[in-house]
Design a protein around this ligand. Sequence first.
Ligand SMILES: Nc1ncnc2c1ncn2[C@@H]1O[C@H](COP(=O)(O)OP(=O)(O)OP(=O)(O)O)[C@@H](O)[C@H]1O
Length: 231
Amino acid sequence: MKIQINHVTKHFGSLTVLSDITFDVRQGEFLTIAGPGGCGKSTLLDLISGLLKPSGGEILLDGAPVSGAGFAHGVVLQQHALFPWRTALGNVEFALEATSVPRGERAGLARHYLGLVGLGALDDRYPHELTAGTRQRVAIARSLAYDPGVLLMDEPFAALDTRTRSSLREDLLSVWEKTGKTIVLATRSLDEAAYLGRRVAILTSSPGRVLSLHDTLRDTVSLREAAVSLA
Ligand SMILES: Nc1ncnc2c1ncn2[C@@H]1O[C@H](COP(=O)(O)OP(=O)(O)OP(=O)(O)O)[C@@H](O)[C@H]1O
């Protein structure tokens, strides 16, 4: 198992945000976490990345407790956080600098990652010259360039218009197929979760609990039932 989440609970003061969360993520799996606003999706991703520590239970990454160091970089958020003073290529090269890839190899590798997200030709543009969707693609390319063990994505497409969102979803699936990365993506949209995830963990709120886990290839009926019970 790539990630094991065992009976994880998280409190903020007297507020219990997550209660007894248990599920695994397999190596190379694309797992989505779906649930309403405030149910604790971001908190769960922060626990997986090691940014936060569980109040109870444990999270294992490759069999060892999550330490945080070096892992937090594979995170793609709703709002891209590109460096405005660097071109698209320069932004991706930043990740390669940070992970000590030799200078002579960086430009070629950065172009490879930009190509994976469908951005072969725009590498000399600055973020302000790019559309929101393209900036988010650069952010994904930069996250991939860290070559993280797991790519964590927190509502990465929520701020985009419908058409851009759907083209990014398709490209993300193709990135996943090409790279074999383990991806955990949180979204409020059950449709998005079911489209992208090969398994979907549905959370309920107050406190966040796992309502159900679905294999999207086998389980469409129960997924629809879960959607009705959430509505
Ligand atoms: N650092 C914190 N201190 C106190 N409460 C927090 C903290 N972080 C999150 N919370 C609370 O925990 C709950 C879950 O928040 P979280 O952001 O994890 O939910 P979410 O499912 O990601 O929501 P959204 O879909 O709106 O992003 C919320 O009630 C939030 O106010």
